[in-house]
Design a protein around this ligand. Structure first.
Ligand code: UDX
Ligand code: UDX
Length: 456
């Protein structure tokens, strides 16, 4: 039996998620719709709107077979009984909760659209990360007017990370499905479980009540971000005490109760999720008058901001307290390696702060220059963009490594050093370079959370 599936929102979650679903379930006909016609056109072209290793191959295999990209949202709603919703819910920029709460107006609009165009029962699945109780608002909109059509709302948060999205989607550590514990709620849940069982082992499919599912996603992201802020906080202490944060992380992480992952000190975490989701959690806690809990989680975001500002202060101090007129190359602009995504990338903050200090910046990245240009649009200052790192670095005073692209490890730093202004500096915001070697070549090297190697 063919299963007809719709996904509203063709972004970083909807696009790869549905491509893998279509690949794994040839018996499903998957349509992905979006209000953004340009994005849909890109999904239908040779140049996909997002860069993600392995994605293109899957889209080429499935597109036109059982995967379709379209702008026909209303028809999509009419013709499909299972509807994933992965439209974005950014942080509110206005009114009550500005800068903290999730802006749910796309969600509400989508719920109303589903209600208006449905002629048969639907299972509506929240795929995006949302505040707890969003499903209740969805239900109230869908069921409130007594249309006579049955709607079941499920929560099925997506845990994949960018850069490894395809692997995460093909072999998920868990798939979480939250539902109402009513007869129709459980039936809808089982329908979705059946779809995942096509490629996910049963023991990895977790079911829960709908609020636990919504909250688990926020909490998972908050815990991950908290580990990064914890190690970054310690990196500041390491810089004062000659301890090495890499050695500390290794020693700490070998305790199986703690584990080694997500302890990589850095210039700070970025991405569309961590900050937004923690602020969401903080807002929820405040809403329920849990001030201490809110303050605890808010500190994770504060440490992340502190870490980025500290990076700038370290640069300033090392470069004789002035960056004015100096040319600095940002090696990497994406928020992490293997993606072209720059949302909330620490590089945006660093770039702006360097320009405030009147430095000239050269931005280099293998996949994120188009997004970098958008991010920096309208920002005053001397900015240039250069894909080739060797060209980018010629004539620079300093290198700031902001993304952990694998190819940066094996650059010819001898050659680079020769083309730079002396004294030449490296600020390794990801601790990926061979610091001793760079120092031996002649660079003054400033890692995160380790003693600097300088020739002064
Ligand atoms: C991200 C996060 O990953 C997710 O967890 C969070 O909850 C929302 O933001 P992502 O897929 O990365 O999701 O977002 P984005 O790439 O912005 O995609 C959302 C898509 O929805 C966009 O293409 C946008 O045009 C579309 N959209 C938005 C609609 O189709 N209809 C709307 O009403 C609003
Ligand atoms: C995150 C979650 O990992 C994923 O489960 C969820 O579905 C969406 O949010 P993502 O933001 O795509 O995924 O990437 P992630 O690998 O978590 O990295 C987030 C940021 O933290 C990046 O800027 C990364 O460079 C940084 N990071 C990560 C560190 O600074 N140190 C680390 O040890 C790990």
């Amino acid at each position: 039996m063919e299963v007809n599936i719709l996904c509203i929102g063709a972004g970083y979650v909807g696009g790869p998620g549905m491509a893998v679903l279509a690949q794994k379930c040839p018996h499903c006909r998957v349509t992905v719709v979006d209000i953004d016609a340009k994005r849909i056109a890109a999904w239908n072209s040779d140049s996909l709107p997002i860069y993600e290793p392995g994605l293109e191959e899957i889209v080429l295999q499935t597109r036109g077979r059982n995967l379709f990209f379209s702008t026909a949202i209303e028809r999509g709603i009419r013709e499909n009984d299972i509807i994933f919703v992965s439209v974005n819910a950014p942080t509110k920029t206005f009114g009550v909760g500005a800068g903290m709460a999730a802006d749910l107006h796309y969600w509400e609009k989508t719920a109303r659209q589903i209600l208006k165009h449905s002629q048969s029962p639907k299972i509506v699945i929240e795929k995006s990360t949302l505040p707890v109780k969003t499903a209740l608002a969805m239900e109230r909109i869908l069921k409130g007017v007594g249309s006579g059509i049955n709607f079941e709302v499920l929560s099925n948060p997506e845990f994949m990370a960018e850069g490894t999205a395809i692997k995460d989607l093909e072999y998920p550590e868990r798939v979480l499905i939250g539902s109402r514990e009513t007869e129709s709620g459980l039936k809808a849940r089982d329908t979705l479980v059946e779809i995942y069982l096509t490629w996910v082992p049963r023991e990895k499919i977790l079911t829960s009540n709908i609020w636990s599912s919504e909250l688990s996603k926020l909490v998972a992201n908050a815990f991950l971000a908290q580990r990064i802020s914890s190690i970054n906080a310690i990196s500041a202490l390491c810089e004062k005490t000659e301890a090495d944060v890499g050695e500390v992380a290794k020693a700490v992480g070998m305790d199986s109760r703690i584990g080694p992952k997500f302890l990589q000190a850095s210039v700070g975490f970025g991405g569309s999720c961590f900050k937004k989701d923690i602020l969401n959690l903080v807002y929820l806690c405040r809403h329920y008058s849990l001030e201490e809990v809110a303050a605890y989680w808010e500190s994770v975001v504060r440490i992340n901001e502190y870490q980025q500002e500290r990076f700038i202060l370290n640069m300033l101090q090392a470069m004789f307290n002035t960056l004015s007129g100096k040319k600095i190359c940002l090696l990497g602009f994406a928020f992490k390696a293997n993606t072209g995504d720059t949302r909330e990338s620490p590089a945006i903050f660093i770039a702006r702060r360097l320009l405030e200090e009147k430095a000239e910046i050269v931005i280099s990245d293998p996949h994120a220059l188009t997004n970098a240009r958008c991010d920096m649009e309208g920002v005053e200052g001397r900015i240039s963009y250069e894909g080739n790192p060797y060209d980018a670095l010629r004539g620079c005073h300093a290198i700031a490594v902001l993304t952990e692209w694998e190819q940066y490890r094996s650059l010819d730093f001898q050659n680079i050093f020769e083309g730079m202004v002396k004294p030449a500096f490296i600020f390794d915001g990801r601790n990926i370079l061979d610091h001793q070697r760079c120092f031996d070549i002649g660079f003054n090297v400033y890692p995160v959370g380790k003693p600097p190697l300088t020739h002064f």
